[in-house]
Design a protein around this ligand. Structure first.
Ligand SMILES: Cc1cc2nc3c(=O)[nH]c(=O)nc-3n(C[C@H](O)[C@H](O)[C@H](O)COP(=O)(O)OP(=O)(O)OC[C@H]3O[C@@H](n4cnc5c(N)ncnc54)[C@H](O)[C@@H]3O)c2cc1C
Length: 321
């Protein structure tokens, strides 16, 4: 289906490193148009990677306010100016916090409506299904603006490649006032080294059933054997067993691993919305009727204090073979 002449995509990047969320937006954009233009804020060379995912034109916005760290006001104003010049029918970002912030900035400056976190559009882009409340509610929205500004729900689309050949690269000089640098990243602290919870391919989650901070050791061991990360429920963070940075859910991190091994977690809706993007779920729980067990792809009904060490032993013995 190509319903739109051209779709303009916000190329989200972190100081010149493209973030995977942009690839989700590009994949979604390809279902709407054959002509995909991408805005890159800052003089960064991302054209080859963008073309691998279908970009046919790359607008490189060059300005000193854009060549360093992310700034929502400067990015939003740049997007607004490009929209005014190009007048695309559809403007799209991935619904990350940055993507939504930039779109909201641009929409407010142009007095256009913006529909965030969409998962499905009608052919004309006027009927939209979007997720609300962290994915626990689907909302039908009507959008009537001539220039449609939407973000696609993060993790709703699996990025796939579609080489568009050499994209046309256009330099664009936005007119940005100094006071647009109002929100500036002043420093970065690496909270922990290694794989992040949000991007880990394997997450081993522990809930109240784990019972104590020390009892997370076998979960840590399992996660490390599988190259993954430990996550937890809010019952765990409330008890002070793990830091909030490990919490999965509505008020924690949204995860999207290849497999989520959820142990001693009941699967309350606030936890589920953070875990539901996992491709496969293995629940380990003593209660066969726990929500997590009912929704999981695989379940082991049993005591996690026996099941997790048994899995660890099995992996170790296979590694030794
Ligand atoms: C506004 C709001 C926001 C929230 N945000 C979040 C959030 O972001 N993330 C989140 O997780 N929660 C969140 N919650 C809390 C959520 O509602 C639940 O209370 C919480 O997820 C429960 O955690 P749990 O599954 O670890 O504990 P429980 O619900 O107590 O479940 C424990 C599970 O462990 C099993 N179990 C016990 N012993 C064993 C054993 N030995 N072996 C195997 N299984 C065992 C039990 O059968 C049970 O299923 C939020 C709540 C509110 C109101």
């Amino acid at each position: 289906m190509s319903s739109f002449t051209e779709v303009l995509v916000v190329g989200e990047h972190e100081r010149g490193t493209l973030v995977d969320a942009t690839l989700e937006a590009l994949t979604f954009a390809r279902s709407l148009s054959d002509e995909i233009a991408v805005l890159v804020c800052g003089d960064f060379d991302l054209a080859d990677r963008l073309a691998q995912f279908g970009a046919t034109t790359v607008h490189i916005a060059d300005h000193e306010l854009l060549n360093g760290d992310f700034g929502p006001e400067a990015w939003g104003e740049t997007l607004a100016q490009l929209i005014q010049t190009e007048e695309p029918e559809m403007v799209l970002a991935c619904g990350t916090s940055r993507g939504n912030e930039v779109m909201a900035q641009a929409a407010a400056r142009l007095d256009l409506p913006f529909v965030a976190n969409c998962i499905e559009l009608s052919e004309a882009g006027t009927e939209i299904t979007r997720v609300q409340w962290g994915g626990s509610l689907l909302e039908q929205t009507a959008l009537t603006a001539d220039i449609k500004m939407i973000s696609v729900s993060h993790h709703a689309v699996e990025p796939t490649e579609a080489d568009a050949g050499q994209p046309e690269q256009r330099s664009f000089k936005p007119d940005l006032a100094e006071d647009l640098a109002r929100t500036v990243v002043q420093g970065r602290e690496i909270a922990e080294a290694g794989v992040s919870l949000a991007t880990a391919a394997v997450v081993v989650g522990g809930g109240r059933g784990v019972g104590s901070p020390e009892a997370f050791a076998p979960l840590e061991e399992l996660a490390s054997l599988l190259g993954g990360r430990v996550g937890c429920s809010r019952a765990v963070t409330n008890n002070g067993w793990r830091p909030h940075s490990d919490q999965v859910g509505q008020t924690g991190t949204r995860i999207a691993p290849e497999i989520y091994i959820a142990t001693g977690i009941s699967g309350a809706i606030q936890h589920w919305v953070g875990a539901s993007a996992a491709k496969q779920i293995l629940a380990i729980n003593t209660d066969p009727d726990a929500n997590m067990v009912v929704k999981a792809d695989y379940a082991v009904i049993g005591d996690l204090h026996e099941v997790v060490p048994a899995i660890v032993d099995e992996i170790r013995s296979r590694q030794a073979d």
